[in-house]
Design a protein around this ligand. Structure first.
Ligand code: BGC
Ligand code: ZN
Length: 402
């Protein structure tokens, strides 16, 4: 009920979205339950990703209509503190939040069918990214259908269900596409070793694939060590300025060169850097009948010459497929949670090694993405208090044959 009394909470926002963006921690209206299906969630932790960096440093991201600031952050773990009578969640349930909200166009068949991730009008909103405030604050309120239960056993890494949902969606799509032939993928290539790239590499291992990771990080970097620990092959890419094949370098001069040196083709490529020239290079690097999944956000306006004839010819003669994929639906969060559990069982402590920085809400304005090693988590509540706050009435158990 709105009592007219407006309680405030602290939030990390990008202020002046339309002129010289800057991060600030400031007061923000605390939400209250309104509808019978609403749920009020205390946020425990928020993961930061490349999209957050884009929102802070580029024109990507949009404030709610009529405002000039955006509470950002969309990878969250929280606990239900209050729920409307008709809500399917109860106090104490651990949850993560689905990011996208449907547009209101009656003709948008995907939004009208629970698949706002395929919104056709572009008028969707995304909490913490586009037209709606996000999670770098103390509480969020929304309808129960936008939250997904996290089993208490996954509490430590439940905030990663969101990035993992992106990989589950595209894997779901890839499987449907590849029904076009008899497909027995063996080798996957991941471009980029940021959090999404590392999760992609882990996903590939869980799927029983050999995985190679191509990234600019040094071969002694924590990213490279993680790839090696999970049985993948890490290859340091030359920096773009030196990529045109310097004489005397022992490593491959380019992605194309690296792929040429391989004994076998790559059946699947996940592009997780958002560096658009690499997306085009990956089209020729992809093996016959393969799929290239583009997942990186590139909000700049880079222009690049591409070998258009050769690319087109290769795509046609080898039945290649390129798919762009964004966001995810509830089922991908659920399979994502299940897959994260598998990863942790298979490689104990793996998520602790991906999370390289933990900060508090007050530290957010000082974040320097250039210095973040792999992934930053923002602990809104200190981790040692999460368990006592999350006394779930019922245990959610996800079980899929993935
Ligand atoms: C989020 C997606 C979102 C996309 C584009 C990603 O970081 O994980 O949910 O759709 O950014 O805004
Ligand atoms: Zn729509």
């Amino acid at each position: 009920m709105n009592t007219g009394h407006e309680a405030e909470m602290k939030a990390a926002k990008v202020i002046r979205m339309n002129a010289g963006r800057q991060i600030a921690v400031a007061g923000h209206r605390k939400p209250e339950l309104e509808g019978p299906s609403d749920v009020l969630v205390r946020i425990l932790c928020v993961g930061l990703d490349g999209t957050d960096k884009e929102i802070i440093t580029t024109p990507y991201g949009w404030p709610p209509e009529g405002e000039d600031e955006l509470v950002f952050g969309h990878e969250m773990l929280g606990v239900v503190v209050d729920a409307g009578k008709q809500a399917g969640l109860r106090k104490g349930d651990l949850v993560t939040m689905i990011v996208r909200r449907p547009c209101h166009d009656p003709a948008c068949v995907n939004c009208r069918n629970g698949r706002a991730d395929y919104c056709q009008t572009g008028a969707y909103t995304e909490r913490g990214i586009k037209g709606a405030h996000g999670c770098l604050t103390e509480y969020v309120k929304d309808e129960d259908r936008y939250f997904v239960k996290i089993p208490p056993a996954c509490m430590a890494y439940g905030m990663l269900a969101e990035p993992q949902s992106i990989l589950e969606k595209v894997w779901d799509e890839v499987q449907r596409i590849q029904q076009r032939l008899v497909w027995e993928p063996k080798r996957a290539l991941v471009l980029g070793s940021g959090p999404l790239g590392l999760l992609a590499a882990l996903t590939a291992r869980c799927l029983g694939l050999d995985v190679h990771v191509w990234s600019m990080d040094d071969k002694t970097s924590p990213e490279a060590r993680i790839v090696e620990r999970i049985g993948g092959t890490y290859q340091q890419a030359p920096s773009p300025s030196s990529a045109s094949g310097e004489a005397g370098r022992e490593g491959p001069a380019s992605l194309t060169d690296y792929v040429k040196r391989q004994q076998a083709p790559f059946d699947l490529i996940w592009e997780c850097t958002g560096f658009s020239p690499l997306a085009f290079e990956a089209m020729s690097a992809l093996g016959p009948n393969g799929v290239l999944a583009l997942l990186g956000i590139s909000s700049g306006d880079r222009k690049e010459d591409v070998p258009a004839d050769q690319l087109n010819l290769g795509m046609v003669l080898h039945n290649k497929c390129v798919i762009g994929s964004v966001n995810a639906a509830r089922k991908h969060f659920e399979t994502g949670i299940y897959r994260l559990q598998q990863m942790e069982e298979r490689y104990p402590g793996i998520f602790r090694s991906i999370v390289t920085e933990r900060i508090t809400l007050a530290d957010v304005p000082n974040i320097d993405f250039g210095k973040v090693k792999i992934k930053t988590l923002v602990d809104i509540v200190p981790e040692d208090r999460w368990a006592e706050m999350a006394k779930a009435a019922s245990e959610a158990a996800y079980s899929f044959s993935v």
